[in-house]
Design a protein around this ligand. Structure first.
Ligand code: OOG
Ligand code: NI
Length: 461
C-alpha cells in the first residue's frame, strides 16, 4: 500500500463524525439523545468501578463516545452494490444477513462495519442497510411503477462514484481525495424535503406500505437514525420522558442482566416532517427517529440458540408483538424465561455460550506447557467479554414496527433469501460468528506467544 494512502479506518472515523454533525443539524432531538446518553454513561461509570475497569482493560472506554450506528433503506440491486463499493472505501464490509419479512417488513438487510478488532477500536461506526423487496408486493401495477421511479434516480454523486472507482483501482485514496470522498458520500444520506413523486403517487405507495413510500418517493436513502451506545439502557429509557422524548413501549432484546448479552435497544417515535411533492403539493412524511442501545457480550452459536429459544418463549406467552398494552407482562415473561441463561462470565465462558478476549495479567512464571484452564486458574491469563458488534432481526423488526406504526403489520410468506440478497449486493456477506471466533483466537495466540517468550520456549497455540 502506498504510504500516501489514508487508512480506511481514518476515512470511516471522519465520515462517522461528519454524519453525526449532519444529523445533529437535521434532527435537533438527536443532540438531546447524545446529551442524555453522555450523562447516563458518566453516572454509570462512577457508580460501577468494576465496569469502568473492565471497559478500560478491553479499550472500549476509548471508543464509547464515538460509537454510533445508522440505518438506511435502498431500493434496487444497483443501489445496494454501489453502497457496498462506497462503504468499502471506509473499511466497511457487509456482515450478516437479516430477513425481516417474517415480521411483516418487506426488506432484507446486512450490516456494513469494520471486521478486525483493531479497526473496530479505531472506529466502530456501522450502518444497518436494508434492501426493499418489491417482489413481495402483490399489486403488479404498483410494483412496476415503484421500479420505474427507482430506476430513474441516482443516489450517489458522480464524484463519489469516481472516487470509489479510484480507490478500487489504486487500492487507496490520498488525503485530498479521501476528504473529498467523505463530503461527497455524505450527500447520499441527507434528508431531502422535496419528494420525487406527486402527492397522489406518494399516497398510493404509502397505502401499500409506509416503508415503500419511504424508500421510493425520495431522492435518496436518508439516514433514518443514528444510535449512540449507553451503558445503562434502563436508566436511559427512564430518562427519555423526563426530557420530553416519548420512548417506545418496550426495550428490544434480552432483559436487564448483571452480564449484558448481545444488544438491547429502545427508540423514540419518528418525527413528522414537511414535504413538498412534485407538482408542489405540500404534505408530510415520518422517516427519522431516535434510538439508543446497550451492547453486551457476543454469543457463540450455542449461546445464540439459547437466546433465540428463550426470546421465543417469552413472546409466545403474550398475544401478538410486544406493545404498549402488554409491555409490563412482556418484560416479566422475559425476566422469567431468561432465568435459564447463566448470568456470570465464568459460566458463559465455561459453557461456551459467549466469546471472550484473553489478556495477560502480568503475573510471571507460567509453566511452558500449561493449558488455558490452568493458565487462567493460576492467574496468568484473564478473559474479558467480547462486545457484540451486530444486530438482532427480531429487535430490528420491532424498531421498524414502532416507527411504521404498530398497525402496519403485513403478512409475508417466510422467505429468507440470502442468495438473492448477495446477488444484489454483488458479494457474499461475512459470517459474524467467524469474525468473533477469529478475534478470540488471535487474543489467545498473542497471550500464549508472550508467555512462551517469557518462559524462553516455544508455545503451542
Ligand atoms: C432499521 C431498523 C433496524 C436496529 O438497530 O436494529 C435497526 C430501519 O428502520 O431502517 O436499526
Ligand atoms: Ni438501529
Amino acid at each position: 500500500m502506498s504510504q500516501n494512502f489514508v487508512n480506511p479506518d481514518q476515512i470511516r472515523a471522519w465520515f462517522s463524525r461528519a454524519m453525526s454533525d449532519m444529523y445533529k443539524s437535521e434532527v435537533p432531538l438527536y443532540d438531546t439523545l447524545l446529551d442524555l446518553v453522555a450523562q447516563v454513561n458518566a453516572k454509570t461509570l462512577a457508580a460501577q468501578p468494576e465496569l469502568a475497569a473492565q471497559l478500560a482493560r478491553t479499550g472500549e472506554i476509548e471508543r464509547l463516545d464515538i460509537e454510533r450506528h445508522g440505518a438506511i433503506r435502498v431500493g434496487t440491486a444497483q443501489e445496494l452494490s454501489n453502497m457496498r463499493r462506497v462503504f468499502a472505501v471506509m473499511g466497511m464490509q457487509p456482515v450478516g444477513y437479516y430477513d425481516l419479512s417474517p415480521a411483516g417488513v418487506p426488506v432484507h438487510s446486512t450490516a456494513f462495519r469494520a471486521t478486525h478488532e483493531a479497526s473496530l477500536q479505531a472506529s466502530p461506526f456501522r450502518v444497518f442497510t436494508s434492501l426493499l423487496r418489491l417482489e413481495l408486493i402483490d399489486d403488479e401495477a404498483l410494483r412496476e411503477k415503484a421500479a420505474r421511479i427507482l430506476a430513474a434516480r441516482q443516489i450517489f454523486t458522480d464524484r463519489a462514484l469516481k472516487l470509489a472507482a479510484r480507490f478500487e483501482a489504486q487500492g487507496g485514496l490520498d488525503e485530498v481525495d479521501a476528504r473529498e470522498f467523505v463530503a461527497e458520500a455524505l450527500h447520499t444520506f441527507r434528508w431531502h424535503s422535496e419528494a420525487t413523486v406527486s402527492l397522489a403517487d406518494y399516497q398510493e405507495l404509502h397505502g401499500q406500505h409506509r416503508l415503500i413510500a419511504d424508500v421510493v418517493a425520495f431522492k435518496g436513502p436518508h439516514i433514518n437514525h443514528l444510535t449512540p451506545r449507553t451503558l445503562d439502557i434502563d436508566e436511559a429509557q427512564a430518562e427519555m420522558p423526563r426530557r420530553g422524548v416519548s420512548a417506545k413501549a418496550v426495550i428490544e432484546g434480552p432483559p436487564p442482566r448483571k452480564c449484558p448479552i448481545l444488544l438491547r435497544q429502545t427508540s423514540f417515535k419518528a418525527l413528522e416532517e414537511a414535504v413538498r411533492f412534485a407538482g408542489s403539493d405540500a404534505g408530510s412524511h415520518t422517516a427519522r427517529f431516535g434510538e439508543i442501545e446497550q451492547r453486551g457480550v457476543a454469543l457463540t452459536r450455542k449461546g445464540r440458540a439459547l437466546y433465540d429459544h428463550l426470546l421465543d418463549l417469552a413472546r409466545s406467552r403474550i398475544s401478538g408483538a410486544p406493545n404498549e398494552g402488554n409491555a409490563d407482562a412482556y418484560m416479566r415473561n422475559l425476566q422469567d424465561s431468561f432465568a435459564a441463561f447463566p448470568d456470570d462470565y465464568e459460566q458463559l465462558h465455561a459453557q461456551g455460550l459467549a466469546y471472550f478476549r484473553y489478556f495477560l495479567t502480568g503475573k510471571q512464571g507460567a509453566e511452558p506447557d500449561a493449558d488455558l484452564q490452568t493458565l487462567i486458574a493460576q492467574g496468568h491469563i484473564r478473559f474479558e467479554p467480547l462486545v457484540y458488534e451486530d444486530f438482532l432481526p427480531v429487535s430490528a423488526a420491532g424498531i421498524f414496527q414502532s416507527n411504521l406504526g404498530d398497525k402496519a403489520q403485513a403478512e409475508y410468506a417466510q422467505n429468507a433469501s440470502q442468495a438473492a440478497f448477495e446477488q444484489a449486493l454483488g458479494a457474499k456477506v461475512q459470517d459474524e460468528l467467524a469474525l468473533y471466533q477469529d478475534t478470540q483466537d488471535r487474543s489467545l495466540a498473542a497471550c500464549l506467544q508472550a508467555l512462551g517468550a517469557q518462559a524462553g520456549s516455544p508455545v503451542a497455540a
